[in-house]
Design a protein around this ligand. Sequence first.
Ligand SMILES: Nc1ncnc2c1ncn2[C@@H]1O[C@H](COP(=O)(O)OP(=O)(O)OP(=O)(O)O)[C@@H](O)[C@H]1O
Length: 652
Amino acid sequence: MRGQRMRYGIALVCLAAATGLNYLVPLVGAAAIDHAIDHKPASGASGLVAATLDFLGGAEHLRAHLWLVIAAMVLVTAVSGVFSYLKGWLAALASDGIARRLKDELYDHLNHLPARYHDRADTGDLVQRCTSDVETARQFLAVQVMEIGNSLLLAGAALPLMLSLSAPMTLVSFALIPPLVIYSYIFFVRVRHVFKEVDESEGALTGVAQENLTGIRVVRAFARQDYERARFAVPNAAYRDASLRMIRLMAWYWSLSDLFSFAQVGLTLLVGSWWVATGGLTVGTLFAFITYLGIMLWPVRQMGRILTDLGKTTVSLGRIREILDERREQDHAAGPSATPAPAPGSSGMGVPPMPAGDKDQASSSKNPPGAAAPPAPLDPCRPPLAASARSAAAPPLPLTGRIRIRDLRYTHHGMARPALDGVSIDIEPGETLAIIGPSGSGKSTLMHLLLRLYDYDEGGIEIDGRELRAIPRKEIRARTGVVMQEPFLYARSLRENLRLGRGDAPEHEIEEAARAACIHESITNFEKGYDTLIGERGITLSGGQRQRMAIARAILKRPPILILDDALSAVDGETEALIIDALRQRRGRSTTLVIAHRLSTLAHADRVIVLDHGRVIQRGTHADLAARDGLYRRLWQIQTAIEEEFRAGAAG
Ligand SMILES: Nc1ncnc2c1ncn2[C@@H]1O[C@H](COP(=O)(O)OP(=O)(O)OP(=O)(O)O)[C@@H](O)[C@H]1O
């Protein structure tokens, strides 16, 4: 409730005012009956009202003008309604503020949780916790917090008023409340248990739906609709059963609490009427008691709703807390050397400062009079143009991207065998290193360790002489461009997707990056060019186009280190070779690590590392390795034989 206490405070004052005015209404009625109609002397709290009635013209005047009593009761009720409205509005503002902050906090927290957490998290369940559970808490904060205050005020104010009118009648009016409270507590404990089942089964249902919709193409391609429907039916039925249990429980509660409530009214009426008949009570006091009981029964009946919602909210907050209690990614040793002050001209986010050559080019993009036109963009997909572009390219940037990997060992959580087992590699600044190896040999794991998505168990990685663990994750990731195995694009325009690489990139650099990744031509073929909107996860693009978009996005970032994790698998061999070549020729060339399976393409890399079972088994240039006995040569022979067979087949 931090930050919203003022609103809640004013809402409580409004609530007190509304409640106070509510109580005035029966007092006015009682005083009118006893004082103006029955000529009895008013006593207790109603004496105050009697004085007010005198002020309004006296008992005789009111007896002749009873409508004045009605008008006063209507007026007091209307003012009470205004306070009630203000209370509801302020409480809604406060609860919505809390829910918004909670969602923001959850979202931010999830974004900062380690990769290990997300490896085992169920996305559907997380969505459920961030939406439905927050909503449960919001509703409680909007309605029931005030209702608790309301109930306490109503009961707290009614008790002394009723006692002042008649102590024995008060006892009778509260006779059935204690058993109702005990019954409600038992209900509360049960509700928590059942709601947990409802919430968890709803989370499971969301999880299945989310997974199914994400993989809808696979479902269709494998004609698995029936299977998926049956799979969905299981959590769906579990959810229905849990919901029905909840409804049954509530139905029991409502009917029994109503029975208690109406029995209480009956008892009060019966005993009160008897006392009126025997002269122990005035009709006005009985009227006041019956009205108070009407008001009192509201919070009593409301108690069930409050307890239901409280039970749900404690479960929901518990589920939200489980996320918030997870530790965020920690930077263990972010000493002073780990976070250098941003150099002049840098973005302040650990991205290297814009080199002089680039600054010149950036300013020349605005074409001031007399300035040289920007150099022709690099377009490796058009060889003749590419050649001229290369010759016009600015000199390479001074690079920071030296990587030293020493005896690196890492075992994935829950795995028996290490994914990397004593890997040592030196990578020079600006070098293009290709990494190949059988599936599961640890290539992606190595890239993930470089990005500090996981922290290695033993050994070390140094970037520009600094131990990786001493560099804050944010800085590492700001300095690294990465294209993952399955690139993710947002349902925005192509330009916006590219700009994720660098938000302030000038237009000509966006185009240049797109050319280097061989996607520019495809983009210009779209009717709206760079403004074309792509579907969710870039579904309206081909697999190869998506990969090339992701490469362009990474290039645009101008990172000192560029990682392509099997990022060219959907691109044809010729384009793949052109892209790798363009990366090597690029102005401000990065240290580039390429994971790929097509060896003919890797021939364009400066050096090749062969991984197998988490160990480096071969290293050298393509020519060296192709000439030497070993896994690389075997793979090379297989791939060239297949290609030759394919060519012969095509020619035949
Ligand atoms: N998040 C993870 N949790 C547990 N084990 C994992 C995880 N990621 C990978 N592994 C395991 O680590 C080993 C290496 O996987 P990795 O993804 O690095 O292989 P790879 O060489 O990139 O394979 P591919 O060429 O098929 O992409 C595999 O045995 C894999 O099952």
